[in-house]
Design a protein around this ligand. Structure first.
Ligand code: X2X
Length: 346
């Protein structure tokens, strides 16, 4: 080939390459002007704060290419929190920080975290989310059609009610307890002799205020930010029966529309925000003397701490729920989780 022909060919090839490879700016022009992040609660709660931190970090790390707006109250799906996962998959929601409880109707393995008395302490939660179980759950979520990026935490769900102190399963008898619309919870509260009623978080708060329901279970950070003491929830039992982790995820199509560099930025931002959110969620509960509980007591709430024997009565009363749900979640996954918890570092 003559030099001139060679040069002409090379220039033509290079031109084609330049024209057919979208520049960063061209790719960014396919980006939406705003991405919608779904959350159950707003920035007054650690969960919503985690969303704000994630959004801010993404904006900073992508130099504003990815702009996220928060939709607390699961408002993109009219407050129907157990539909969040389907909406994420369908693209009604671009990204979310969701509770394992709310997504468990669609992803049955997420019921793992709702097995009564599986995780005795914070080290046990970490042993699951930060270990082999966390990896397996992320693979499952990926197969289910979303891109999981990081773990956060709603927290240990403690029991409150407006009637009397609860120290034994018998004390729960007949109490109308609001639960999230996830079937495992019906089984747990039925086994305990309570009268469970499924309700979204949005509907629950007026139901406490009117006295239509007697009690509920939620993390202390939700209790204080929602001021549940003001809607009659005067009796609190620290039983730590389950804790719900949060998962930071992005819709698959949205994820694929971003440059590899921006995907990495969103992932890093989620990991950092998740770590910060977990610390905020545990604040006041992991320090000596649990200062948050002192604050709650100061609001006129009676707090019941269970002795190991008293707690054991609740464990026994809910064992049938564990036995029923273990095979539905997956025997192998539950076994892996229990091994990780037994080997946890304190
Ligand atoms: O509805 C609840 O109880 C809440 C806010 O904790 C969840 O979304 C799981």
């Amino acid at each position: 080939m003559k030099l001139r022909t060679f040069l002409a060919t090379a220039i033509a090839a290079a031109t084609t390459l330049v024209l057919s490879t979208p520049t960063l700016a061209q790719q960014a022009s396919n980006y939406k002007s705003e991405y919608r992040m779904s959350l159950v609660v707003g920035t007054a709660f650690p969960w919503g704060k985690g969303g704000e931190i994630w959004a801010n970090k993404v904006k900073e790390k992508t130099q504003g290419r990815i702009n996220i707006k928060l939709y607390p109250g699961v408002s993109l799906i009219q407050g129907d929190q157990t539909r969040e996962f389907s909406a994420l998959r369908q693209g009604v929601i671009d990204m979310a920080i969701g509770s394992t409880i709310n997504w468990s109707p669609q992803v049955k393995q997420l019921n793992l975290f709702s097995l009564p008395f599986l995780m005795p302490d914070y080290a046990a939660i970490d042993a699951l989310t930060q270990g082999e179980v966390g990896k397996q759950i992320f693979t499952i979520l990926d197969k289910a059609g979303v891109v999981p990026l990081a773990w956060g935490e709603n927290g240990y769900r403690e029991l409150t009610n407006s009637k009397h102190a609860v120290r034994t399963p018998a004390d729960l008898k007949g109490l109308k307890i609001r639960i999230v619309g996830s079937p495992l919870f019906i089984d747990t509260f039925t086994a305990l002799g309570a009268n469970p009623t499924q309700m979204s978080w949005a509907d629950a708060q007026p139901a406490f205020a009117s006295g239509a329901v007697d009690g509920q279970e939620n993390p202390m950070s939700i209790f204080t930010a929602a001021k549940l003491q003001n809607v009659g929830q005067k009796y609190l039992t620290m039983w730590g029966y389950i804790a719900d982790p949060l998962v930071f995820v992005v819709n698959k199509e949205v994820w694929n529309s971003w440059t590899p560099q921006d995907r990495e930025a969103v992932r890093q931002a989620a990991i950092e925000a998740g770590r910060e959110e977990i610390m905020i969620a545990r604040k006041g509960l992991v320090e000596p003397g649990q200062p948050l509980l002192k604050d709650i007591e100061g609001m006129g709430v009676t707090i019941t701490h269970l002795t190991p024997a008293e707690r054991d009565a609740f464990v026994k009363a809910t064992r049938s729920v564990y036995n029923k749900w273990k095979p539905q979640i997956g025997n192998a996954l539950v076994d892996t989780a229990e091994k990780a918890i037994a080997a946890r570092k304190h």
